[in-house]
Design a protein around this ligand. Sequence first.
Ligand code: BGC
Length: 385
Amino acid sequence: MKRFPEGFYWGASTAAYQVEGNIHNCDWAEAERERKVPPCGRACDFYNRYDEDFALARSLGMNAQRFSLEWSRIEPEEGVFDESQIEHYRAVVRSCKKHGMTPFVTLWHFTLPQWFAQRGGFIRRDAPEIFARYCRFAAEKLGDDVPVVITMNEPEVFAAGGYATGFTPPFEISPILYLRALTRLAEAHRVAYTAVKEVRPDAEVGIAKHNIFFTANKNPLNRGLRAAADWFWNHSFLRRTEGFHDFIGLNHYHFRKFGMTRAERDEATPTFFGCYEHPDSLYETLAALKKYNVPVHVLENGVADGTDVRRIDYIRNAAANVHRAIETGVPVKGYFHWTLLDNYEWLFGYGVPMGLVAVDLKTQKRTPRPSAETYAAICRANVLE
Ligand code: BGC
């Protein structure tokens, strides 16, 4: 039996664009109109159904939820803030609390307002100040009801998709722009962190960082590549923003082995998108964050599994990894499963069922999967049996 510390946060994570539906004024919606990414449409209609979804999450034993605000709803034009939209999110936060769960709010999860994207997005020189102005506004308006604020989700994934691989808006492939975007994003977090702390000194502020567990075979070249990838992907952004994290949010999905053999590949269990599970990777990734000396929340971790055959073991193994990390001195304070509801997956549309709860997109009916009950048992008892 593995007992977790008192007050441990158990929750699920969502992102506005992936669940709310009908968001039209951002770069992703524009990419949809240009048929570069799959259509999102009404998604899970979370914009209207958040209260029942929070009730459902609570009935599954969770005591916290992570969700995001849609920047393009709140600041539809440069410097123009829509009070009715911030009021909407205040209602979402109140609902979360009413259901007995602590809200963890991400201010920006991948989608950019059209006006910002059209004028260069995070490549702009003044992007950090523009971002920080929005963050300050949102954090101040949400007020004390939100104890934990995540300024940005996976800046390195955003920069890689938009400027290195060219898979996501603005679909550029340019090493120079890629590095510039990373620099601006690091500065944007630092400035936003400071702005949010000015209006909400009591709030815990950090980012959600996508870290991979890199391994290698014995070949020295592969070992070198492993070390370089680990430094560049996992640690360089955290180092550039050191001192500006009250906690580190870890999004963790997979491991990568340099020099993986075909036989190893055949034996490995795929999670999704050509990634594989590794039984210890969550533990190893958490252990590597100990040196930052700040609390850690696992803010995303999950598997695409519509049949729900693997999710039960996946969740139990994740909880065991978190427990092991805590026992070895990593200050892990929460675990948020990705995701609550089957949702819109950026490049794949609705074909990637990652939810604890299945959603029938036509009727919007929610059906918790058996694995949701496995998770609920852990959340309710604060114990992994
Ligand atoms: C992102 C989510 C995404 C998930 C699964 C994470 O990198 O934050 O928005 O849906 O991975 O791909």
